[in-house]
Design a protein. Structure first.
Length: 211
């Protein structure tokens, strides 16, 4: 299925926008903790111009639905709603944790990923994923917010190597080092819209959109 999907994410310190046009991805990404509102719309304009498209040419608009910063998620959803409403586009929410799993695959070919975003207040946003044959990701366990010390007690050992992604690993290095999992850093710290457009295409094909 050919598709033209715009994705944006402001859920963490990273501000990113990506445009999928059939099999080609255009993207912009910048660490801008306090400037998401200033950066994201100019990025959208740049990518549309680069691809020679208008918003109304697209099939859907995807956005990072969190978990992440409350303010950042709210900004991203608000901007996505405004753009989608004006162009009459369906919307697709994408998990920021799952997007980091996709990034670990893009960068290192990882097929199992364990993602932890620093949620502050001595907790992490946590998710584990396994890549399926068709390229989608299956949740190994439900996404949650949880103290890292509790994870160390609850997560059971297995025989796999998991690509670790997210800011939680550095923020709570001592607590997460007690996990009974064999992990290897993917060097992915933040979700990125270029991975979200890949995940959004699967959802669009299945009709998993909102208006």
């Amino acid at each position: 299925m050919s598709a033209k999907i715009l994705a944006l994410d402001t859920s963490t310190e990273n501000c990113s926008v990506a445009l999928l046009v059939n099999d080609k991805i255009y993207s912009r990404s910048e660490l801008a903790p306090r400037d998401h509102t200033k950066k994201v719309l100019p990025m959208v304009d740049e990518l549309l111009k680069e691809a020679g498209l208008k918003l109304t040419d697209l099939d859907a608009l995807a956005f990072g639905q969190g978990p992440g910063s409350f303010t950042g998620v709210r900004i991203g959803i608000g901007i996505a709603q405004g753009l989608a409403f004006g162009a009459e586009l369906p919307m697709i929410g994408i998990s920021t944790l799952e997007a980091m799993a996709q990034a670990a695959y893009r960068k290192q070919g990882a097929e199992r990923a364990v993602c932890a975003i620093d949620a502050r207040m001595s907790e992490v946003y946590w998710g584990r994923y396994k890549r399926q044959e068709n390229g989608e990701w299956a949740n190994v366990e439900a996404e949650k917010v949880i103290p890292p010390e509790v994870l160390a007690e609850r997560v059971e050992a297995d025989d796999y190597t998991w690509a670790s992604a997210g800011t939680g690993w550095d923020a709570y290095a001592e607590a997460l080092s007690a996990l009974k999992l064999n992990t290897e850093s993917s060097e992915v710290l933040y979700p990125d819209a270029q991975d979200m457009v890949v995940l959004a295409k699967f959802k669009l094909e299945k009709g998993e959109t909102t208006r």
